[in-house]
Design a protein around this ligand. Structure first.
Ligand code: IP8
Length: 257
């Protein structure tokens, strides 16, 4: 199935990672407005995935993982709360978005392959509904684990073949070294085959599912011939999410194989 966009809203774009359970409401509403404009102008067939931010990561860290049943329950609880805020904001601006509980449709099999039941997503997209998935707990043959929104995005792309995979981050893209270091340069293009030579440092953040490098490593694992365009850009800068969704020029890093 072909769709226009898969958009990942990084946890640091929609929440304030310095606080616990703290939402960047002004950004969430601005982003919902941009997505709404893109929905009406150019992108009816899309999937949205968001990260855990200050809802998912501190909860996982507090419990030391998600193996414990109560940890699973708490992580799912807080991620659904965050998901509802995002879906509500989209609905408020007229986007027919629906929550799509990731833990209920994804499963990690015994070979560690990420299986998922994609029919409901397909049906929703056919109806121009926008499913909103999120980084979550994933049940699996070898126990429960945290599933990053980044892995969800790349895995979805193997089935939904989007024109664009878009990662809205809180930095402009991938830098040749830690962005806070003097002389750090934004890379216009990054080749997944060369990620070994980039000094990632922490690229600004730490969280339980990894950072910029992990995002790219998933790309290497899931890359397939139908991937047309992958862009990492700053979702905190006004207008960039709309421009990216509509295929306009956006300052950021293009990812190629
Ligand atoms: O922020 C992680 O998703 P990510 C989700 O996309 C949880 O890596 C539950 C921490």
């Amino acid at each position: 199935m072909h769709i226009t966009n898969i958009l990942k809203l990084g946890g640091s774009v929609i929440t304030d990672k310095k606080g616990h359970y703290s939402i960047r409401y002004a950004d969430v509403y601005r982003i919902a407005q941009e997505i709404s404009l893109a929905y009406s102008m150019c992108s009816k067939r899309m999937l949205i995935v968001h990260g855990g931010g200050s809802f998912g990561h501190p909860t996982v860290a507090e419990h030391g993982g998600v193996e414990n049943p109560m940890a699973t329950s708490q992580v799912v609880y807080f991620m659904r709360e965050l998901n509802m805020v995002i879906v509500d904001a989209l609905n408020a601006y007229g986007v027919p978005a629906i929550p799509m509980d990731t833990h209920a449709i994804f499963y990690r099999d015994c070979e560690k392959f990420l299986q998922f039941f994609y029919k409901p997503l397909e049906e929703a997209i056919e109806k121009s509904i926008v499913p909103v998935l999120y980084g979550d707990v994933v049940f699996g043959c070898k126990g429960s684990d945290v599933l990053s929104g980044d892995e969800i995005v790349w895995r979805l792309s193997t089935v939904f073949k989007p024109c664009r995979i878009l990662f809205a981050s809180d930095v402009d893209g991938v830098y040749d070294k830690h962005p806070s270091e003097v002389g750090a340069k934004l890379l216009d293009v990054v080749s997944l085959r060369n990620i070994g030579v980039i000094e990632f440092g922490s690229q600004g953040r730490t969280d339980v599912t990894g950072e910029m490098k992990a995002k790219l490593l998933y790309g290497l694992r899931y890359w397939h011939g139908d991937i047309a365009e992958v862009l990492i850009f700053n979702g905190l800068k006004k207008g960039r999410i709309y421009n990216a969704l509509c295929g306009k020029d956006v300052h950021g890093t293009r990812v190629i194989l």
